[in-house]
Write a protein that binds this ligand. Structure first.
Ligand code: FAD
Ligand code: NAI
Length: 463
């Protein structure tokens, strides 16, 4: 078993790298420890969470907005086993699609845990040796579950277990108001679960635009989500049927206790390099366990590369995919390029939140002079027609050159709308360019045009 390239891990980083390597003529192997391909993203991440977000959104609209639209429904109820079954079918279709792509591209797939023996040899499940000239580590990440939180996979859970709950919980406590907490919290909240969130910092969606995060929090509160910001969890205990969470203000003060059906730990993810044999090839990691790579994504072993969640940067599927193509093309002697500043981020709550480029906080910290334009969804005809008037678009542009430096959106279809900003920023457009492009009416995208107009001499038309 000898290959030009062996990829370890079949998530979006690994399988995309393998396909691009095969396209470029390399004899390629893919090693995956689980039975199905697709990694976190397809099996227990992006795809199943979006399937449940879509299902729960249909239920929420049917129970909360249909009547205003003039649609009456009787005996509406949630069929949780069916919802989970549909989610699993969506996952199956996607993971089978990856197996098909492996066959189509003549990539040899090996199932088992890969571990380096030396810089040209990997052991699969400790026994079968596989040799390759180059390796790509794409082993991804796992949820962080600190020991005092007593993660038991039963009542104290992570996103992985939450995606399979087939009886609607009465109450759920989330630890962490980040992307996973708010997305999965939204799923259960919309279906009727009482959801309380304990978050260490004083805001939700740390790192994203403050105004956009505040707008989302306002809507989630209206939907019934309860927030305990600036609070730290001191103990979590799971029994057979309940989870008990104790927490107190970060600044000190009285502690509180909540009993719930589940406690969902969503406080971030750690790079997954367990039993990978990194010590046998001298690969270094940061103190947080991420594999250290240079700007070519090469590790300290010259024929071994790493990408995706296991290295520094945003833990996002599309970032991993871009890096997969980047490494493969470099191995073929090409000179690919990724602008990590232009990797968009999306939170699939409703309203959605999306973002690309710099936030105001980052621009202030870097001392970059900037101007901003904001536009509210309330003033959009399209938003009134669909009853989606919560939201805003913020455009940040350089004060002197007018180059767009960041775009941040909370609102209906923000996930798809951000692509206009990504494309324009790739071509280094100015806010004036953005404002002068004709946007179809009535669409939510008109808010981007108006925010760009607001950023250039405060000349939004409908403000
Ligand atoms: P992974 O997808 O984690 O894949 C790594 C693979 O390597 C796994 O299959 C693992 O089994 C395998 N592996 C590990 N070690 C070994 C070994 N030693 N031998 C063999 N195989 C091994 N991102 C988005 O962009 N959009 C979203 O909407 C989104 N939603 C998410 C929702 C949830 C609930 C979660 C948890 C994550 C979500 N993410 C989302 C993040 C996204 O899933 C990750 O950023 C992405 O999967 C990272 O890809 P990767 O290829 O680096 O690693
Ligand atoms: P996160 O980093 O988004 O949020 C974690 C939150 O937990 C932070 O707000 C943090 O302040 C808080 N926190 C940390 N320790 C805490 C403690 N002890 N007590 C209370 N709060 C605490 O992490 P999350 O939500 O687990 O997601 C992990 C990653 O998965 C994300 O960084 C994201 O890249 C990826 N993801 C992406 C999605 C998307 O693109 N739509 C969806 C889901 C996950």
């Amino acid at each position: 078993m000898s290959f030009d390239v062996a990829v370890i891990g079949s998530g979006p980083g690994g399988y995309v790298a393998a396909i691009r390597c095969a396209q470029l003529g390399f004899k390629t192997a893919l090693i995956e420890r689980y039975k199905t391909l697709g990694g976190t993203c397809l099996n227990v991440g992006c795809i199943p969470s979006k399937a449940l977000l879509d299902s729960s959104e249909h239920f929420y609209n049917a129970s909360h907005t249909f009547e205003t639209h003039g649609i009456k429904l009787k005996n509406l109820e949630v069929d949780m086993p069916q919802m989970i079954k549909r989610k699993s079918e969506v996952v199956d279709q996607n993971v089978q699609g990856i197996s098909f792509l492996m066959k189509k591209n003549k990539i040899e797939v090996f199932h088992g845990h890969g571990s380096f023996k030396d810089a040209n040899t990997i052991l699969i499940d400790g026994k079968n040796e596989l040799k390759a000239k180059n390796f790509i580590i794409a082993t991804g990440s796992k949820p962080i579950t600190p020991a005092p939180f007593n993660y038991d996979k039963n009542r104290v859970i992570t996103s992985t277990e939450a995606l399979n709950i087939d009886k609607l919980p009465k109450k759920m406590v989330l630890i962490g108001a980040g992307v996973i907490g708010l997305e999965l919290g939204s799923v259960f909240l919309r279906l009727g679960t009482e959801v309380e969130v304990v978050e260490f910092t004083d805001r939700i969606l740390n790192g994203m635009d403050k105004d956009c995060a505040r707008e989302l929090k306002k809507v989630l509160k209206k939907q019934g989500m309860k927030f305990h910001l600036s609070h730290k969890v001191t103990s979590v205990k799971g029994s057979k049927t309940k989870a008990t969470v104790e927490f107190e203000p970060v600044a000190g003060g009285d502690s509180q206790k909540i009993e719930a059906d589940y406690c969902l730990i969503a406080i971030g993810r750690r790079a997954y390099t367990d039993n990978l044999g990194l010590e046998n090839v001298g690969i270094q990691t940061t103190d947080r366990g991420k594999i250290i790579v240079d700007k070519h994504l090469r590790t300290s072993a010259s024929n071994i590369y790493a990408l995706g969640d296991v290295i520094d940067g945003a833990m996002l599927a599309h970032k991993a995919e871009e890096e997969g193509v980047f490494v493969a093309e470099q191995l073929a002697g090409q000179k690919p390029h990724i602008d990590h500043n232009l990797i968009p981020g999306v939170v699939y709550t409703w309203p959605e939140v999306s973002s690309v480029g710099k936030t105001e906080e980052q621009l202030k910290e870097a001392g970059t002079p900037y101007k901003k334009g904001k536009f509210s969804y309330k003033a959009l005809g399209r938003a009134r027609a669909s009853m989606d008037t919560d939201g805003l678009v913020k455009v940040l542009a350089h004060k002197d050159t007018d180059e767009v430096l960041g775009v941040h959106i909370t609102g209906a279809r923000a996930a798809d709308m951000i692509m206009e900003a990504v494309a324009l920023m790739e071509f280094r457009a100015t806010a004036e360019d953005m404002a002068r492009i004709c946007h179809p009416h009535p669409t939510y995208t008109e808010a981007i045009k108006e925010a760009a107009l607001a950023a250039t001499e405060d000349r939004a038309i409908h403000a």
